[in-house]
Design a protein around this ligand. Structure first.
Ligand SMILES: [Mg+2]
Ligand SMILES: [Zn+2]
Length: 295
């Protein structure tokens, strides 16, 4: 057959030069490019033909076809082999609250001392004091059973790395799946997440940054632990001012976890429908208020 034979006809290139189908079978689609050079054929490739995935491998660029293929493959693989979907988590005001130590209010400065003896309070190397949201460890542990997880933050990589030492010191939850302002400075996009959009749930306190993916989003109420002197003129009430904290068992992360369980359960309910299942429709159907209503 013609298509099969074409693979072997490369030994006679002079005969095939005129046939478009034959010549295309020999040309390279440049799927994986590193520092502008195709990994397969070694030719120089135009930057606009793909998207950078520096967070995975420095200098790596995937063509649109390669990204689409990887997304399909990854989603399929995790669904079939691990019964897992994908989850994208914001850091600031979602999983934790950070403040530059120099911006701590006078009444909050005692927290710097407490950081060394408390495991929910971290003085990270970047000069920030970070307070983990109550329930964050339980949340990550449970979510990890249902989802392959990403961090996606508007903070820079140095900051993300130092904060991750507090919530994922052994890198079991996120691995290299950490996207920061360094790779994604303007808006947040699922284009950078190697998974099909139908299988990705986002948890973020800021809806606006997800311009094109709001139907994947579970919006979580902001967590403000510190009184931020640099914040808005009308200060948002903070927990330190009241010397209290969000409830662990009944707080926002526990509520969101219920939603995630519901989505995961819905997605895998009917085995025959896995190919067409979509978290965006499931999220639409879930009655958030009913699930998260205070008992
Ligand atoms: Mg945030
Ligand atoms: Zn190539």
């Amino acid at each position: 057959m013609f298509v099969v034979e074409s693979d072997y006809m490369e030994v006679e290139p002079s005969i095939n030069e005129s046939s478009p189908s034959l010549s295309s079978s020999r040309s390279c689609d440049h799927w994986y490019v590193r520092y502008g050079v195709c990994i397969a054929c070694k030719s120089t490739v135009n930057k606009r033909q793909g998207r950078a995935f520096n967070y995975l491998i420095q200098g790596l660029q995937l063509s649109h076809e390669a990204a689409a293929f990887s997304k399909r493959f990854t989603t399929q693989y995790h669904i079939v082999n691990e019964k897992k979907l994908h989850l994208v988590l914001d850091l600031d005001y979602t999983l934790l609250d950070s403040i530059r130590a120099s911006l701590l209010s006078e009444t909050d400065k005692y927290l710097l001392e407490e950081a060394s003896s408390r495991d929910d309070l971290w003085r990270v190397d970047t000069g920030f004091l970070t307070k983990l949201r109550p329930f964050v460890h339980e949340f990550l542990k449970e979510a990890n059973k249902m989802f392959t997880m990403y961090v996606y933050t508007m903070g820079n990589r140095v900051y993300a790395k130092s904060v991750l030492k507090a919530i994922d010191p052994k890198r079991i939850y996120f691995g290299d799946r950490v996207i920061t302002r360094d790779e994604s400075p303007y808006a947040k996009t699922l284009d950078l997440v190697l998974a099909e959009e139908r299988g990705v749930v986002i948890v973020d306190d800021t809806r606006d940054v997800w311009t094109h993916h709001q139907s994947n989003l579970v919006e979580i109420n902001e967590y403000h632990y510190f009184k931020d002197l640099n914040g808005p003129e009308e200060p948002i009430s903070s927990y330190t001012a009241e010397k209290t904290d969000e409830s662990s068992s009944d707080g926002e992360l526990a509520k969101v976890l219920k939603i995630l369980k519901e989505v995961h359960c819905g997605f895998f309910r009917v085995k025959e429908e896995l190919e067409s299942q979509d978290v965006r429709f499931l999220l639409q159907e879930i009655d958030f208020k009913l699930l998260t209503k205070d008992a």
